[in-house]
Design a protein around this ligand. Structure first.
Ligand code: GTP
Ligand code: MG
Length: 691
């Protein structure tokens, strides 16, 4: 039975009857699914966010999106589902993220594809478009980053391009929203068209064409008729295909061997060459370079000569990190103090109010100790965290991230990691969970495992509140440097750990780094503030959704059994803490409440500070006084090191389990706990000898 084009909604294996067809069309009008595909870093996610109002991660390096995201776009009351895909240079898959994109485009077959093209790099970007057209997808080409192309003196005749490729073309500047409305209209009109288009036919020359025909014949009844040529090309390019194509694969292998023998170059390079030949022809027709403004990326090169300098690159990276923490404190602390004063005022007023109404003591304690002190202390640190997020967004959006990976590559190789692993590692500074997902861009599974194993050692923003509290109490003048030293310790232990794990588990060579260095973009207020706002809101939400319930449980345990003084050592909480406290004594903080805060911190690291405030029933200022009384500078530093290293939070543990399974997740929890305890103890014990 021959294959027919599939129904857009449901795969129909039987021959569609006229009634079936009509039903498909009606449904298609109601809900269609459009994919956004394109080369890495071409602006797909920025377009997705602009169309759907979503907030998926955007950054100026290839490989930001590693999973597919769905959203909805509305145009005149009509909704379309849009799917943002990871970037891919061609329709093949070397890495996990590329596989997500390829499988969606080939297997799930969206109703249309928005092919996002970096207008300033047309030739390379059109390769994927050509492959999509050969597949017979219904494509809309989006010439994004047209602002950068214009700046380089590149003018593209969109009408001619549309005619040459047989598709609709829309020019956009996704960061400013230019062209997005027009794109929305085009997308919504796609619902009226057929899901598939007649496939583009490029002439691959007589010999290859004969090969295509033979393989296509072997594919009869295995794939839909209109896709036979496409699959034949894939097989001739040497890709392994589906199991049912085994026979065609054998035919293709024979033809490839014959072509290689006769012409001394393989079929796949002949095919790639012809495709580029076609693209060059299109570009000659449609692109005009204005010599008066045509200039190279001089500024990018000038910055790179410093940033990528053999001697300056690495110190500059660390200098930037140190500057980050200086700014987090210099700009964030005055604001944080304002908020903490507000909470202190609220607490005082509440006490007066409750006394006036003769409310029961436990209610006052609940509101003041658990909610105002516990949650308020975490919330009062929002300004510091927001400054950190602004700087992270600036680094991500400017193009520095890819440079950091490049600069650290040599260093990383010495330690058995791939330079590309450095990107997930730095992303871990924001939150470990997306950092673990970011390893999808790594080609080798071994590199992925190694990188994931050490990512929890990166000091995420949720650990910052702990450092803020302790540095305020003990190192007010050197706050930035002390926090910087903790981040450095995290990186250092991560690379040493990776080296050790590679030696223990997989002794293989690392591949050289091939990393595209994107041009620098001047970050705009919108591209920086939008993710910052989103991340800050998420932090606030976690304070309410995660910290609040945890401190309520802590508060309850601190009052039980009924009748004991609040948070006394005889309370349930005190008893649990006392079980673990002796273990922490060698590290310098063998207090039951320190043990409780660390235990609670496994829920989420922000909880550590919240729990501390709840147990002592004080806000940030009172807490600083208490820790100054109980800790010494040395034991405070040991406590911060312990908080940095011990056990990943539940979300991170779950992410590792999802990526690598229970075994590796349990291993990570075990080794981080040991490492945290050993390092904190070593610092405390050695420090005591010298100080
Ligand atoms: N100047 C300019 N910058 C843009 C434009 N569109 C996106 N950008 C920037 O380009 C960078 C990449 O954008 P993303 O949306 O993350 O790109 P992507 O294609 O999703 O990238 P991957 O997920 O890594 O494949 C970001 O720094 C954006 O702010 C544009 O039209 N003009
Ligand atoms: Mg993306």
């Amino acid at each position: 039975m021959p294959f027919r084009p599939k129904c857009p909604i449901r795969v129909l294996r039987s021959r569609p009857t006229p009634r079936n067809d009509a039903r498909c069309q009606v449904r298609a009008k109601r809900q269609i699914k459009i994919a956004i595909a394109g080369n890495p870093n071409s602006g797909k996610s920025t377009i997705f966010n602009a169309l759907t109002g979503a907030n998926v991660a955007v950054g100026n390096w290839p490989g930001v999106t590693v999973e597919r995201h769905e959203g909805r776009s509305n145009y005149r009351g009509h909704e379309v589902t849009i799917v943002d895909l990871p970037g891919t240079y061609a329709l093949d898959a070397w890495t996990l993220d590329e596989r997500v994109a390829r499988d969606f485009l080939i297997k799930e077959k969206p109703d249309g594809v928005i092919a996002v093209v970096d207008a300033a790099n047309l030739e390379r970007n059109l390769y994927l478009v050509v492959q999509l057209l050969e597949l017979g997808a219904r494509v809309v080409v989006v010439l994004n980053m047209i602002d950068i192309a214009r700046g380089k003196g590149v003018e593209i005749d969109t009408a001619k391009l549309a005619a040459a490729l047989g598709v609709k073309v829309v020019s956009t500047v996704a960061t400013t929203g230019e062209g997005i409305e027009q794109l929305r209209e085009v997308i919504h009109n796609l619902g009226r068209e057929e899901k598939t288009a007649p496939p583009l036919r490029i002439d691959y020359g007589a010999e290859v064409e004969r090969g295509i025909e033979s393989v296509a014949n072997a594919l009869a009844r295995k794939v839909p008729d209109n896709e036979r040529r496409w699959w034949a090309l894939k097989l001739l390019e040497g890709e392994t295909a589906l199991p049912e194509m085994a026979e065609a694969e054998r035919v293709a292998a024979g033809i490839r061997a014959e072509l290689t023998q006769r012409h001394k170059h393989d079929a796949s390079s002949a095919i790639v060459e012809r495709r580029y030949g076609f693209i060059k022809g299109v570009i000659r027709e449609c692109v005009h370079k204005r010599p008066d403004i045509a200039r190279g990326p001089e500024l990018s090169e000038a910055i790179d000569s410093i940033v990528l300098n053999r001697w300056l690159g690495v110190p500059l990276f660390f200098l930037l990190m140190a500057l980050t923490f200086y700014l987090v404190f210099a700009l964030g602390t005055p604001l944080a103090e304002l908020i903490s004063r507000l909470f202190a005022f609220l607490g005082k007023e509440l006490h007066t109010g409750l006394a006036l109404f003769r409310a029961p003591e436990w209610l006052g304690s609940f509101l003041a100790d658990a909610l105002i002190d516990g949650v308020g202390t975490v919330l009062s640190l929002v300004p510091n965290i927001a400054i950190l997020y602004i700087i992270i967004s600036l680094l991500e959006d400017s193009g520095y991230m890819a440079r950091a990976a490049f600069v650290m590559d040599r260093f990383m190789h010495l330690l058995g990691l791939h330079g590309k692993s450095f990107i997930p590692i730095i992303m871990g500074f924001g939150c470990n969970v997306p950092a673990i997902l970011a390893t999808h861009t790594l080609e080798s599974r071994k590199d992925r495992i190694l990188t994931i194993l050490v990512t929890p050692l990166m000091s995420c923003s949720a650990r910052l509140p702990i450092y803020i509290l302790f540095t305020a109490a003990f190192f007010p003048r050197q706050r930035g440097m002390v926090v910087f030293s903790l981040y450095l310790l995290g990186i250092l232990l991560a690379v040493l750990g990776a080296r050790l794990f590679r030696w223990l588990f997989f002794r293989a060579e690392t591949a050289p780094l091939i990393m595209e260095l994107p041009p620098y973009h001047a970050p705009t207020v919108r591209t920086v503030l939008r993710p910052t706002w989103h991340r800050t809101l998420l932090f606030i939400r976690r304070a309410v959704v995660v910290v609040a319930p945890t401190v309520v449980v802590i508060w309850l345990f601190a009052r039980l059994p009924w009748g004991v003084p609040y948070a006394a050592q005889e309370s349930l909480l005190g008893k649990i803490g006392s079980l673990f406290a002796p273990l922490l004594k060698p590290a310098g903080f063998g207090y039951w409440w320190a043990a409780v805060t660390l235990l609670a911190g496994v829920v989420a690291k922000e909880v550590v500070v919240g729990t501390m405030a709840t147990i002592h029933g004080v806000g940030p200022e009172g807490l600083a006084l208490i820790v100054r009384h109980e800790f010494t500078p040395l034991s405070a530093y040991a406590f911060m090191v312990m908080s940095l290293l011990y056990l990943p939070c539940i979300a991170t543990f779950t992410a590792i389990r999802r990526e690598l399974g229970w075994r590796w997740a349990t291993f990570t929890a075990g080794y981080t706990l040991m490492l945290g305890w050993l390092t904190a103890t070593a610092i405390y014990q050695i420090g005591r000898v010298f100080l």
